[in-house]
Design a protein around this ligand. Structure first.
Ligand code: PEP
Ligand code: MG
Length: 572
């Protein structure tokens, strides 16, 4: 029977295949209390399973080849790191010894404990890291039950895998086997698996468990992740529709491919700068290949996650230098630490837990509160400028004093480095992220402290509308189509125009082609986005007539509600 289900896209794309249901990790968990003389043998069994899992991860690491090897290798390294965490093993042994639990039950308890900690985290990226714990513990449990040699990867060519969760390394194997799409009940579009599925071009959706449970094994399944739609047992019309969408997709990809080296100009010949946001070396390579004119936002905090100690100056320098060399002369905007109490624990940076980290010691506040940490980062950034154009961007700025303090430190370290014999470029530009409404409101009186400005709409919308960016329950309220957002964006454009300061926009809104013309209409001419969005946004810009769009500005500023804004945006 035909059935339509909906879900969230973790990786966009179309697919038609046969459902392959993989039961949720339904492991036989032994709840029996062990006899005193069984304890040592159970601990030995646990150690064997951990060793087998470690060997399995190392084997997978060795087999990795090709362009994704580094990206996937990083996931595997993280899993190996979690597995080797002494606290994990000690906690498990303790549970078996004192609680007399079977090893598998101890693993379950430990996973539940850790999951509870991750679930309280405010940061959506970190919350999504909980999956890594699940995958590692799931692997150890599988090794305990089935022995180390067997693999639990299932899925064959032409199949749509339906499962609870999927580990990054497993996705590669699934893709190699010809699995056409993956539907999971747990996860988030920010998870490692989702990021990887996008890199692999493998459609993936997150679907509520009760909806997933209605898909029968071996049923024909049509997936349109872009639309958030799944059709089980599609009819003839659905199949015709799918073919048409596939043709349209191929045509669009061909057109986009031609845009790799095309200039980013509006139809009335105004040049628009398209830069990329980057979080890894792969992003930089991709950005360069797709013709980005620079890196508009390099999120350095990703160097601090997934590790126990913060990276030292040389390690940071190596990462920044790679980005600068990778862009081959095009500017790279390095953002200083945007860690907060929610993220900091992971990098071994001990901070008090904050009840409300989004409003806590985050961004530049943390940087100034932890001068030793900040010094290392600023020095590494300044040294990277010896290899090509670098700009430094400061997050979460609310007051002049913060920018003045950062500038004073940058000047001091610049002199220090030169005295030590390092090469540091002259006149490195120092900019501010405008992502807190207060800073936007008084920008004209602070702008003299900034060489350039970058708008972070993810946080700006969050703070302006009081909508937590990580809370799915109020996700619909998180929209740029609110009159307050439009007016604030316009105020920022005017303030930068009056002061003659370069302005770009680097929040997610810049990656969404649906909003490209809105931003052009408001006067923005420099966008920084996820590399995957570059060609689509470029195509949209090339179809746009800037003069016509700018005539809509007054209507945009006068719009009184979301419906009015939607009407204008849909008519562009
Ligand atoms: C933003 O807030 O819009 C932004 C680009 O920064 P982040 O998403 O890293 O907070
Ligand atoms: Mg931000």
């Amino acid at each position: 029977m035909r059935l339509v289900l909906s879900g969230i896209a973790a990786s966009r794309g179309l697919a038609l295949g046969r459902a392959r249901i993989r039961e949720a990790h339904r492991l036989e968990i032994e709840e029996r209390i062990l006899a005193a003389d069984e304890v040592d043998a159970e601990i030995a069994r646990l150690h064997q399973a951990i060793a087998a899992t470690r060997a399995e991860l190392a084997r997978l690491r060795e087999q990795l080849q090709g362009a994704l090897a580094q990206e996937i290798g990083e996931f595997l390294d993280l899993h190996a790191l979690l597995l080797d965490d002494p606290d994990l093993a000690t906690g498990l042994v303790e549970l078996i010894r004192t609680g007399r639990y079977a090893a598998n039950y101890a693993l379950k308890l430990q996973r539940d404990r850790l999951a509870a900690v991750f679930d309280t985290m405010d940061d959506p990226y970190l919350r999504s890291r909980r999956e890594d714990i699940d995958h590692v513990i799931g692997r150890v449990q599988a090794a305990l039950l089935r022995g180390p040699e067997s693999s639990d990867v299932i899925g064959l060519a032409g199949e749509v895998l339906v499962t609870d969760t999927v580990a990054p390394a497993e996705l590669v194997q699934l893709s190699e086997r010809g699995v056409v799409a993956v539907l999971v009940s747990q996860g988030s579009p920010l998870s490692h698996s989702a990021i990887l599925a996008r890199s692999l071009g493998l459609p993936m959706m997150i679907v509520p468990a009760d909806a997933l449970a209605t898909i029968p094994d071996a049923a024909a399944v049509m997936v349109d992740a872009g639309r958030g739609e799944i059709i089980v047992e599609p009819g003839a019309n659905d199949l015709v529709d799918l073919r048409e969408r596939e043709f349209a997709q191929v045509r669009e990809q061909r057109t986009l491919a031609r845009l790799h080296t095309a200039p980013t100009r509006t139809s009335d010949d105004t040049e628009i700068r398209l830069q990329a946001n980057a979080e890894s070396r792969e992003d930089v390579t991709r950005a360069f290949r797709l013709g980005a004119s620079g890196i508009g936002l390099y999120r350095t905090e990703f160097l601090f996650l997934q590790r126990r100690e913060p990276p030292d100056e040389d390690e940071q320098l190596a990462a920044y230098r790679d980005a600068v060399l990778g862009m081959s002369g095009r500017p790279v905007t390095l953002r200083t630490l945007d860690l907060g109490a929610d993220k900091a624990d992971l990098a071994g940076i001990a901070l008090a837990r904050e009840p409300n980290p989004a409003m806590g010691l985050r961004g530049v506040r943390l940087a100034l509160a932890r001068p030793a940490l900040f010094r290392i980062q600023l020095r590494a950034m300044l040294r990277a400028s010896g290899y090509g154009p670098v700009r430094i961007l400061v997050p979460m700025v609310t007051q002049r004093e913060e920018m003045l303090a950062v500038r004073a430190l940058a000047n001091q370290y610049e002199q220090e480095l030169r005295a030590e014999g390092h090469h540091v470029a002259d006149n490195i530009l120092l900019g501010a992220m405008i992502e807190i409404p207060a800073a936007a409101l008084v920008l004209p009186s602070m702008i003299d402290t900034m060489d350039f400005v970058s708008i972070g709409t993810n946080d700006l919308i969050q703070y302006l509308l009081a909508v937590d960016r990580g809370n799915d329950a109020i996700g619909a309220l998180f929209s740029p189509l609110h009159p307050a957002v439009i007016r604030v964006l316009h105020e920022i454009v005017v303030a930068c125009g009056d002061a003659g300061k370069p302005l770009s926009i680097c929040g997610e809104i810049a990656s969404d082609p649906h909003f490209t013309q809105l931003l052009l209409a408001l006067g923005l001419t420099d966008f920084s986005m996820h590399p995957a969005a570059l060609l689509e946004v470029r195509a949209r810009i090339r179809q746009s007539d800037l003069r016509t769009l700018r005539r809509r500005r007054t209507a945009l500023l006068r719009a009184q509600d979301r419906a009015a804004l939607e009407r204008i945006v849909n008519r562009f």
